[in-house]
Write a protein that binds this ligand. Structure first.
Ligand SMILES: NC(=O)c1ccc[n+]([C@@H]2O[C@H](COP(=O)([O-])OP(=O)(O)OC[C@H]3O[C@@H](n4cnc5c(N)ncnc54)[C@H](O)[C@@H]3O)[C@@H](O)[C@H]2O)c1
Length: 345
């Protein structure tokens, strides 16, 4: 009998790429998407053959992961759950973090309560956390034992959710595993995030605004590589995953200024488009992930090189202008700095 996979946040960036990925490779799985369709989610991101709430290979449920009765209804029908629903933008969490705590923490708590209730049905919960929980790297690379020092309200909310899942494994023995992807990029990412923002600025011949001196370094992994990792976690024996944490990373650090320069070179833009603005509060200075744990256990490693991934992502944004043009006004976010000044980031 085919298994049912509940994907929360499946109309967002990683979630929708995962739905496309599984739809193409796993016709044996039935996919149920739960998504509130906030400013960050859209049914336009889903394969066109999804259906609303009826029996179909992909069903879409428009609703809130914090709604216990809806979540219980869906979890009761699920064998596998991949939990991605969250508020996700660091800068936005500086401006207004209440919804981050509600969705990222309480949403996860609601889901965990439902999984506990239906533990005889649910085979596994894959919780998608984030590398942001680590804060700035203490050494050269970040492995799963690195201390958790979240530096933004978003990261702190995700950290609470991450440890809440762990506590349910320890307390109730839930079949849950935790994934910490580093910075993802690829098609269908919201314009507020760095790579699409710079790529579309190049297409519009507008300035690319770099925070501070642009030296903050991040580990960028292509979303298809993240989907491959999540796919591997669907099939791996649960006893090897229960309570474990897995980084999903490229293993390479790239500065924000390097990214701007790479995009200038790729798109043959004027280098003068790269401009600097004030540093963002709560910035992580160095982030480079160690993925050896998931490689040793599941054989996963990143396969999409940065230059190749950047070029294919640019091609997607070139070809899908109508998709992102309606998000243009959401690119800039007001941030109140410690001294009370309000600056657009
Ligand atoms: N994008 C990255 O670089 C990255 C890196 C590491 C981890 N993550 C994590 O992966 C997950 C997905 O990230 P993303 O980049 O795809 O985010 P996204 O912002 O593109 O998508 C989030 C989705 O969740 C939905 N959502 C928000 N609140 C909801 C609610 N209350 N109920 C139901 N749905 C709700 C939104 O409508 C949206 O479709 C998040 O948990 C994020 O923390 C993302």
């Amino acid at each position: 009998m085919s298994k049912t996979v509940l994907i929360t946040g499946g109309a967002g960036f990683i979630g929708s790429n995962l739905v496309h990925y599984l739809r193409a490779r796993r016709p044996d799985l039935r996919l149920m998407v739960l998504d509130l369709l906030t400013y960050a989610g859209s049914t336009d991101s889903l394969p066109p053959d999804f259906r609303f709430m009826v029996d179909a290979p992909i069903t879409f449920w428009h609703g809130n992961v914090c709604n216990p009765s809806l979540v219980h209804h869906l979890v009761e029908r699920s064998d596998i759950i991949i939990h991605l629903a969250a508020e996700t933008h660091v800068t936005r969490s500086i401006f207004d973090n209440q919804v981050f705590v509600e969705t990222d923490v309480m949403g996860t708590q609601t889901l965990l309560g439902a999984v506990l209730k239906h533990r005889n049905k649910v085979e596994r919960l894959i919780h998608v956390s984030t590398s942001e929980v680590y804060g700035t790297a203490i050494g050269e690379v970040i492995d799963e034992e690195h201390p958790l020092n979240p530096t933004s309200p978003y990261a702190a909310a995700k950290c609470a959710a991450d440890r809440l899942v762990y506590s349910y494994v320890q307390t109730y023995g839930l079949p849950a595993t935790i994934v910490r992807p580093f910075n993802n990029y690829g098609p269908r990412q919201h314009m507020e995030k760095l790579v699409p923002r710079f790529l579309t600025s190049a297409l519009l011949e507008e300035p690319m605004m770099v925070h501070g001196d642009g030296s903050a370094q991040r580990d960028f992994v292509h979303v298809d590589d993240t989907c491959t990792a999540l796919h591997a976690l669907i099939d791996a024996p649960i006893d090897r995953l229960r309570g474990e944490v897995f980084n999903v990373a490229s293993g390479e650090a790239r500065s924000v200024m390097d990214i701007a320069n790479d995009i200038v070179a790729l798109t043959r833009s004027d280098p003068a488009l790269v401009r600097r603005i004030e540093e963002r509060p709560g910035q992580v200075v160095l982030h480079r992930g160690d993925y050896s744990k998931i490689q040793a256990l599941l054989g996963w490693k990143p396969t999409i090189a940065w230059q190749q991934g950047l070029a294919s992502t640019f091609a997607w944004y070139q070809q899908n202008r109508a998709y992102w043009e309606r998000q243009l006004k959401l690119r800039e976010i007001p941030v109140i700095h410690a001294d009370g000044r309000l600056i657009l980031h």
